[in-house]
Ligand binder design. Structure first.
Ligand code: SF4
Ligand code: SF4
Length: 511
């Protein structure tokens, strides 16, 4: 293995493992380290630079573009988690069938350019689905959070059941992550799709679908250093093309389509004539019109037309009205539904890290264009008063980092009490679970009848955490519930400071 390939393999494995651990929500990678890691992922780095001007993200975004400008698409082979996943699949497929020669694959890059145009218009129009659906980082995050994490938890619980049957009670069951079938199916679709493509055609996804690959491919057309074939020494043996997983080497014509090269460097050590190497890009003379420049202009035009078409499509087509929202509650730090839908790419890192599992990927709750972005899953869980984890781990700035004190006054929703369904007011039964669990006393008990207290609410100090709703014993629709706000507000500080809600399960009720 050449030194360059060794470095590439080592860096990609380190990033893949570290990001994998972070995606799965493990505390082995703390939020600070996770933030640095995700600063070297293009879409999150650009997003977080624009949303919260997080300086490691600014450095990461500039560095990734500068590296592409010098060496080509090194991001695709060194840092992209979906790229490394495809490389693993490709490696296994080569082991099973040693001779796997893709030849020069036809350049279907117009698909990727169209998706890049759609991704850019997603950012312009604030439609996160368009930004995150094909982003390789977000796809990898969803595969980890929506498929692997639930699978691992299920496996752990099965092993634990087996140990319990043998009389070993050392370990405890793990709470299963909340699964959304629709989003799990979307994650599975991308996992199966990229696996089939990489098994049969190497990095075809990266060159025909991936908008990040398309953008970096455009930049790499102007790279200062490029992997090229020396026509003087090349003997057209084709060994380089046999190991090229991007299918971008035309050895018969001694040329490489560098915009599709993912800089895996497989070809360099394969050449017996040392004919293939990184070389400074040849500058065309004034009279000579470079074919590469012609390609760059052609691709830029295609991209420009695609972007133009995407931009002139009526905004209502992307509109949030296609499926009307029933006001889901957005997590703290998101500030408003519109802002959240503009910047969340649906990577589901926050979902993996949420300790109470209240964050759940949405399907159509925000409307069609808000698909995949997380929402608060009341009443199945509630937002822990003393937690701000999601705001710490979000790599795009869709959830702004906030202090715990600030988080404890963000009003993400407002409480509503329907006395007609409350067991105290309707059946004259003693309850008060909602008031007992409320961390701010926004729900409190008042005298209702002799010996019977009933709940009342004070929305000025309610933070919308959903604890009351999760504790309410009325099923299937709770008597007390939280409604989402289009724009988060600031709640007044509660008069009595609280530790946070107690477990609703610890209470016993007389019905
Ligand atoms: S602040 Fe709330 S929603 Fe966010 S991670 Fe903590 S418990 Fe989950
Ligand atoms: S809000 Fe959650 S799903 Fe959205 S970008 Fe941030 S971490 Fe990813």
């Amino acid at each position: 293995m050449s030194p360059l390939k060794k470095i590439r393999a080592a860096v990609s494995v380190v990033f893949f493992i570290a990001l994998g651990i972070f995606f799965l929500g493990s505390s082995l990678i703390p939020p600070g380290a996770g933030n640095v890691l995700t600063s070297f992922q293009l879409i999150p780095a650009i997003s977080k630079s624009l949303t919260v001007a997080f300086w490691p993200s600014v450095i990461g975004a500039v560095l990734l573009i500068a590296l592409t400008f010098v060496f080509g698409r090194v991001y695709c082979s060194f840092l992209c988690p979906l790229g490394t996943t495809q490389d693993i699949v490709y490696r296994i497929s080569r082991k099973r069938k040693k001779y796997k020669h893709f030849g020069m694959l036809p350049p279907f890059q117009w698909i990727a350019y169209a998706l890049l145009a759609i991704t850019v218009s997603g950012i312009v129009f604030g439609v996160s689905l368009l930004t995150g659906l094909f982003d390789p980082f977000s796809i990898a995050g969803r595969i980890a959070a929506d498929l692997i994490k639930p699978g691992l938890s299920l496996l752990w619980n099965l092993v634990n059941d087996g140990l319990n049957a043998l009389g070993v009670y050392t370990f405890s069951h793990e709470a299963l992550p909340v699964i959304s079938l629709a989003t799990a199916l979307i994650a599975a679709f991308f996992l199966i799709g990229t696996t089939i493509l990489s098994w049969t055609r190497g990095r075809l996804y990266c060159n025909t679908v991936c908008p990040v690959g398309a953008l970096l491919g455009l930049i790499s057309r102007a790279s200062l250093l490029r992997i090229t074939i020396d026509p003087e020494t090349c003997v057209k043996c084709g060994k380089c093309a046999k190991v090229c997983k991007a299918g971008c080497i035309d050895y018969k014509n001694k040329s490489i389509d560098f915009s599709r090269c993912v800089a895996c460097m497989n070809c360099i050590p394969e050449c017996p004539e040392k004919s293939i190497a990184y070389r400074p890009a040849r500058k065309p003379t004034v009279k000579e019109f470079s074919p590469e420049r012609r390609e760059l202009i052609k691709d830029s035009l295609k991209y420009g037309i695609g972007l133009g078409v995407s931009l002139v499509l009526p905004a209502s087509l992307f509109g949030k009205e296609i499926f009307p929202s029933n006001k889901p509650v957005t997590p703290p730090g998101s500030e408003s539904v519109d802002r959240f839908m503009s910047w969340c790419t649906g990577c589901h890192i926050c979902v993996s890290h949420c300790p109470t599992r209240v964050l759940k990927p949405s399907f159509l709750e925000y409307g069609l264009t808000g698909m995949l972005i997380p929402r608060m899953d009341y009443p199945n869980a509630f937002c822990e008063y003393n937690c701000k984890t999601c705001t710490e781990v979000c790599p795009t700035g869709a959830l702004k980092p906030v202090s715990l004190a600030a988080k404890q006054t963000i009003q993400i929703g407002r409480v509503s009490l329907e006395k007609g369904r409350c067991v105290v007011y309707q059946k004259e039964l003693a309850c008060g679970a909602c008031a007992e669990i409320c961390p701010t006393h926004a729900v409190y008990l008042v005298d209702y009848k002799p010996g019977l207290n009933g709940p009342e609410t004070d929305n000025s100090i309610c933070v919308g955490c959903g604890a009351c709703q999760s504790a309410c014993p009325v099923k299937p629709i709770q008597a007390i519930f939280v409604e989402g706000l289009d724009q988060h507000l600031t709640a007044k500080k509660p008069k009595v400071s609280q530790e946070g809600p107690k477990s609703a399960e610890s209470e016993e009720f007389p019905f």
